[in-house]
Design a protein around this ligand. Structure first.
Ligand code: FRU
Length: 493
């Protein structure tokens, strides 16, 4: 079915109304795609969006994502469940939290998870539409046990948005705080301005409004989605998606930005971040949104993002699936700056000892678009890295000028072009001086870590058959290495 032919009735029909034949045909269609990923979480069929419930429970990493399994469109959402022993191999566990209750009849929307006694507590938004298609948002709770059985809590944690806010109220993140729990949630006030609200609870069931989280005087667009507060021993990080925020506040070209603020800490008494930074882009590329993080029991701050954006068409729509998740990243705050890097576990994907790259070996064509490249350029270098290139086509390009401290990405010459109305290039500043790049390529995805994770840039790209060459153009000396990466081990789901 063409994406534009989907009616609302189809998108919201209950899951049991889709025939086994329809589901099977869709699976087969998806399996023919040349853009399926080798080591990233992707939907079995249909659409994936936000990561949800990223946590550690029952000796495993637990992760869910927003799923609409019946086509590449935003329809009746549920949570799909994946688990991992090592943050790189993810097992498909199936649809887990389903839109079957009175409080979530039109979608189990985004939320978070927290181990509680011997179960995993899930907090999420129940989306309900009335006959006139007006939205009502409930904040709901559920428990998952070690067998993966879900028990929904019968009454909402929050039955309404607070007075002064609209029904655009969703994506509760729950974190332990002092002798209770804090809920951080996205909201829109009655003057249609985005806000982040917090609540406090001692028992996870009864919540008291603390109010608006204070961290900026800027106007956060018309709605804030997916806020996440991460509290380090020293410092705090707030991730959020201020839809429609004025790009003059923080320059972005994507339809909606995923932004962050670092701070010295959080004070519940003032409901404020202490010494907050200005608002910055979390990723300098094209497609990162709805990033979710949590403080893992081993002390790391781990994050994962939806690589995709709302309201944008992607070439895989024609193949019955859409989007993927990023790799898991570790976030660190050093001297007030955020660094995002691959988790150490990612090195286990490397096959072989690596092939050196230098001025005299500056291009290679891998068997498949599934590899990692590490490059170090001297201060004063200028150059370009091409990925997904072939003899005729220069592919995806990253050009850098280490003297002026500039990087430009251009995906306009790669395979199938898309989202052109939001621009096919992205330019941003880096610290002038030596430049190091760590680049991960996975068929239709590129993730770039710049200068030890001081910045990241992510892009979906849709190369044509045979577009695999990686080529480095640089006059000055450089060093590097590349490794083919193995597939993650996963079941078909
Ligand atoms: C962000 C978002 C969330 C919502 C979910 C619905 O992408 O719009 O605010 O909970 O997706 O799928």
């Amino acid at each position: 079915m063409n994406k534009n032919d989907w009616t609302r009735t189809q998108r919201y029909q209950s899951y049991d109304q889709w025939s086994p034949k329809y589901k099977n045909d869709l699976k087969q269609q998806v399996a023919t795609s040349a853009w399926r990923l080798g080591y990233h979480v992707q939907p079995v069929t249909g659409l994936l969006n936000d990561p949800n419930g990223f946590s550690y429970y029952d000796g495993k990493w637990q992760l869910f994502y927003q799923a609409y399994p019946f086509g590449p469109v935003h329809g009746l959402k549920s949570w799909y469940h994946v688990t991992s022993d090592n943050l790189i191999d993810w097992q498909n566990e199936g649809l887990k939290l389903m839109p079957t209750g009175d409080y979530d009849s039109h979608g189990v929307y985004s939320g978070s998870a927290l181990p509680y006694k011997d179960r995993l507590f899930l907090a999420y938004t129940g989306n309900v539409r009335n006959q006139d298609w007006h939205r009502h948002s409930y904040q709901l709770g559920a428990f998952m046990d070690q067998n993966g059985t879900i028990e929904k809590i019968s009454e909402p944690l929050l039955a309404n948005p607070p007075i002064g806010y609209t029904e655009e109220f969703r994506d509760p993140q729950i974190i332990p705080y002092q002798d209770g729990y804090l809920m951080v949630i996205g909201a829109q006030d009655k003057s249609e301005v985005g806000q982040v609200l917090t609540y406090f609870s001692e028992d996870l069931l009864h919540w008291d409004l603390c109010g608006e989280l204070h961290f900026t005087n800027e106007k956060l667009g018309f709605m804030v989605e997916c806020p996440n507060l991460l509290l380090f021993d020293q410092g705090a990080l707030l991730l959020f998606c201020p839809q429609g925020m004025d790009p003059a506040i923080c320059n972005y070209q994507n339809i909606y930005p995923n932004t962050y603020v670092t701070a010295a800490g959080y004070s519940l008494k003032d409901n404020a971040l202490r010494q907050p930074s200005e608002i910055k882009n979390l990723d300098e590329g094209f497609d990162v949104y709805a990033t979710q993080g949590f403080m893992a029991p081993d002390g790391r701050c781990l994050t994962i993002s939806w690589v995709g954006l709302p309201e944008i068409d992607y070439p895989t729509d024609n193949e019955g699936w859409a989007h993927c998740l990023s790799q898991v990243k570790e976030c660190v705050i050093k001297d007030g700056h955020l660094y995002q890097n691959p988790v150490a576990e990612m090195k286990a994907l490397r096959q072989g000892a690596g092939t050196p790259l230098s001025l005299s070996h500056k291009e290679f064509t891998p068997d498949k678009n599934q590899y990692e490249v590490l490059l170090e350029f001297e201060a004063g270098s200028t150059g370009e890295v091409h990925l997904f290139a072939d003899e005729e086509n220069s592919g995806f390009s990253l050009s850098f000028d280490s003297l002026r401290g500039k990087i430009q990405l251009d995906r306009g010459q790669t395979g199938i072009c898309f989202a052109e109305e939001y621009g096919t290039t992205r330019s941003f500043s880096i610290e002038p001086g030596a430049v190091n790049l760590r680049i991960f390529v996975d068929h239709s995805l590129v993730e770039i870590f710049i200068n030890d994770g001081a910045q990241t840039a992510t892009a979906r790209v849709f190369p044509l058959e045979g577009q695999k060459k990686c080529q480095i153009t640089c006059e000055q000396n450089f060093t590097g290495n590349y490794w083919p990466l193995r597939d993650m081990t996963t079941n078909k789901g």
